[in-house]
Design a protein around this ligand. Structure first.
Ligand code: SF4
Ligand code: SF4
Length: 342
């Protein structure tokens, strides 16, 4: 829609003004790491963060949420619970933005999810262009998520003393004009923006040794690859890799009832295909009992199955699963190994 410029000194007042009417969630320091959390003070925002422990997915799909409450006493009743708050999700990197776009598809196509969609509807996304890789595990350039042309309401690029703000939606324009003090970008700002964007690409390296677009076809021939057994022998089935993943959206649903079994709540929590009991079904049968089979499933989801379902790869190259894995299992190394042996 338009390109604006927001001085860095105006970011704090913008956040403070937004906090009066919205829950503002942004990256904050958490020990030596960073985590997305609700801001209580604009000074908590750390737009210089590298990556966060958990992705911003947790704002749209909380680790635990209530779906419905029910009562069996007297006249039985069931009431749906929709928990959604007007939220500004501030400072998300483009890999995570691509992941949100994938979650939008997962929760709206086939089985629209009223809980996710209500939260998504009330969330304004302010994304941030990455000018440096998070660390050596980032492979966003290989996965085509190093930048984004859509999916945000506002998109910030650091120009040094100010941010260039790409205003993409009415909602973005509204919060910027109502709560901020941005000015229209001039020719000099546009030149500076082009210079900054042009200079960032060489700082990122391709870590896949082949074009990621080849992944679905490559994996379709790798179902019996020996790599799965090798990874399965190392994997501890802790589930960390999926819990930190911005594109994993599997969940489990539980009933939490009172002692008399007369009322309760239906809740859902994140689940992980890497846990031993994930595929256990009635009668005790487990259709993905071996860790090797579960490792294969994770790689297949990321590089093939999600693509077949939604037309996009299921991995955005954030590197979180590599950082989190206690067994040093590296998805880039895995994909490269399969390609080398093809
Ligand atoms: S599979 Fe790993 S690198 Fe890919 S999006 Fe998930 S956490 Fe990030
Ligand atoms: S983080 Fe590593 S050890 Fe844990 S389940 Fe994932 S691959 Fe296995």
């Amino acid at each position: 829609m338009s390109l604006m410029v927001l001085n860095k000194g105006a970011v704090g007042p913008l956040i403070e003004a937004l906090m009066a009417d919205y829950r503002v969630v942004g990256p904050q320091a958490k020990g030596p790491q960073f985590a997305f959390g609700t801001l209580t003070d604009p000074a908590q925002m750390r737009l210089d963060y590298n990556t966060t422990i958990l992705p911003p997915k947790k704002v749209l799909q909380p680790q635990q949420e209530r779906l419905a409450s029910y009562s069996l006493g007297g006249k039985p009743s069931v009431e749906q619970i929709i928990e959604a708050t007007p939220t500004v999700l501030f400072g998300i990197h483009t890999c995570d933005l691509h992941a949100v776009q994938l979650l939008d598809k997962a929760f709206s196509e086939e089985y629209p999810d009223a809980h996710y969609l209500a939260r998504r509807d009330q969330t304004i996304l302010v994304s941030l262009e990455c000018l440096e890789p998070c660390d050596e595990h980032s492979f966003c350039k290989s996965m085509g998520t190093l930048t984004a042309g859509e999916g945000y309401d506002l998109h910030l690029t650091d120009l040094g003393l100010a941010y260039a703000v790409d205003v993409a939606t009415e909602a973005g324009a509204q919060i910027l004009s109502d709560y901020g003090s941005a000015s229209e970008a001039g020719d000099g700002d546009v030149r500076r923006l082009n210079d900054v964007l042009g200079a960032k690409w060489p700082r990122f390296t391709y870590r896949l040794e082949f074009d990621a677009a080849e992944l679905p076809a490559l994996l379709s021939t790798a179902y019996d690859h020996p790599l799965w057994q090798e990874l399965g022998d190392r994997c501890l089935a802790c589930g960390s890799c999926t819990n930190v993943c911005p594109t994993c959206y599997c969940f489990n649903v539980y009933d939490e009832t009172n002692m008399a079994l007369t009322e309760g709540e239906r809740v859902r929590r994140w689940d992980s295909c890497q846990l031993d009991e994930f595929a256990r079904v009635a009668g005790g049968e487990n259709f993905r009992e071996a860790r090797a089979a579960r490792q294969r499933h994770r790689f297949m989801r990321k590089g093939r199955y999600i693509f077949e379902k939604f037309g996009e790869l299921g991995c955005v190259g954030c590197g979180r699963c590599i950082r989190a894995c206690v067994a040093d299992i590296n998805i880039v190394d895995g994909f490269n190994a399969i390609q080398r042996s093809a």
